[in-house]
Design a protein around this ligand. Structure first.
Ligand code: AMP
Length: 397
């Protein structure tokens, strides 16, 4: 079975074509700057790469271009579009309507439209991508895989905010959590690597990238996570502020006469490690600047490491203990110094990092000492394979 995995952003489309017989990635690529003058497609297959620069006015054209290149006699990997058995779409927000991945029907599309109110930046481009694929491949089943779905097992005491109850009932204001596909994948993978059923493990997964979230996974289920109603909450991120006192928002808006749009931009795009350092949102740049003595870059890193460590402590308490801590995503998989700084001081929990073993990037690896009672692992995430697996399961039924 061949599955096309599609992840649409507002001006981008990432894709992977996966042969599910052996889970081999046949081809993958990225369409960037959709709707802008300098749009381009980067296509990779069998160790080769092709870049096409041309006007790509909308997602419909982007999907067509992807299918053209996948079936191209030179750089394609399939003879015709008919070889694609199903399409799996990443959808950011499934609200309370979706606790697992689902086959896309007209009813599902209506429910997805409703969820757009919760994720106005993310869900509309996901829907545009689904509609484009449906129009071009009307007979191919399409599946939606949600970032929020894995967290639907959180108990009310973890997902409710201390706000008037009717805001939850009428407006759906609650913690939803994100990166669910990544948290679910890493939990399954670490259990496999350890040779222990996931139902027997209490895992704290640290998905640390441009956007970061931690998840407490107790016996296979998400019981708490740091992101909230939106992906703005939790630890500070590349450009997002993470948790702040909500009174700061009203104070700054009043004092600086900011509109909701300006305020939204401030907390989403101008904050986080970028806002603190004034240097960059990229953790590699921060490391370089800090090494040259930039104090604000060092402060941004210190804040990030401290906040992640604090959440690990909180989630250990939430689960009544922890068996394994996992690191994933750009910083989690590659940031050797970041992992070391985060784990410094976690020895009281029984989590001891081995500096030699920690000297690793981008592959499954045990990085705790032999006498560490809490195991620490690096597990590269793979949201695409999770989407493809769910899609295969659903269309095979
Ligand atoms: P992601 O959002 O998962 O793609 O992660 C992007 C983040 O990972 C960026 O801030 C990168 O700087 C960071 N990253 C990638 N490689 C490294 C590295 N070798 N050390 C530290 N951070 C890294």
């Amino acid at each position: 079975m061949i599955i096309l995995v599609v992840n649409c952003g507002s001006s981008s489309l990432k894709y992977q074509l996966i042969n599910m017989d052996n889970e081999e990635v046949m081809a993958k690529g990225l369409v960037e700057k959709i709707g802008l003058a300098d749009s381009q497609l980067t296509h990779k297959w069998s160790g080769q790469k092709k870049v096409i620069q041309q006007a790509i006015p909308d997602h419909h054209v982007a999907v067509k271009l992807v299918l053209d290149i996948l079936t191209d006699p030179q750089c394609g990997v399939i003879k015709s579009m008919d070889a694609i058995d199903a399409v799996g779409h990443r959808v950011v927000h499934g609200g309370e309507a979706f606790s697992k991945s689902t086959l896309i029907t007209d009813e599902v599309m209506q429910a997805l439209e409703k969820c757009s109110a919760y994720a106005p930046l993310h869900n509309p481009p996901n829907i545009v991508g689904i509609n484009a694929c449906k129009a071009i491949m009307p007979n191919v089943p399409q599946v939606a895989v949600f970032d929020t779905a894995f967290h639907q097992t959180m108990p009310a005491k973890a997902f409710m905010y201390g706000l008037p109850y009717e805001l939850y009932q009428k407006d759906g204001i609650r913690r939803y959590g994100f990166h669910g596909t990544s948290h679910r994948y890493v939990a399954g993978e670490v259990a496999k690597v350890m040779g222990v059923p996931v139902e027997k493990l209490r895992i704290i997964n640290c998905h640390l990238g441009n956007g970061s979230s931690l998840c407490a996974i107790k016996y296979g289920k998400s019981v708490d996570t740091t992101m909230g109603f939106t992906p703005l909450a939790g630890v500070l991120m590349g450009t997002r502020c993470g948790d702040i006192d909500p009174a700061i928002v009203t104070t700054i808006m009043e004092k600086r006469h900011l509109s909701t749009k300006d305020m939204d931009k401030l907390v989403n795009k101008e904050s986080g490690v970028l806002g603190i350092s004034g240097v960059s949102s990229d953790f590699r740049d921060l490391g370089d600047a800090a090494a040259k003595g930039n104090k604000r870059a060092q402060l941004a890193l210190d804040m990030f490491h401290y906040q992640v460590r604090k959440e690990i402590g909180a989630f250990a308490a939430a689960m009544g203990g922890v068996d394994v801590i996992t690191f994933t995503a750009g910083v989690g998989e590659n940031g050797i110094e970041d992992r070391a700084a985060i784990c410094q001081g976690l020895e009281f929990l029984g989590a001891k990092l081995d500096p030699e073993r920690n000297n690793v990037r981008g592959k499954d690896a045990l990085i705790s000492t032999d006498d560490s009672t809490v195991k620490i692992y690096v597990i590269p995430t793979n949201e695409e394979i999770m989407i493809a697996r769910d899609t295969k399961d659903i269309v095979s039924k």
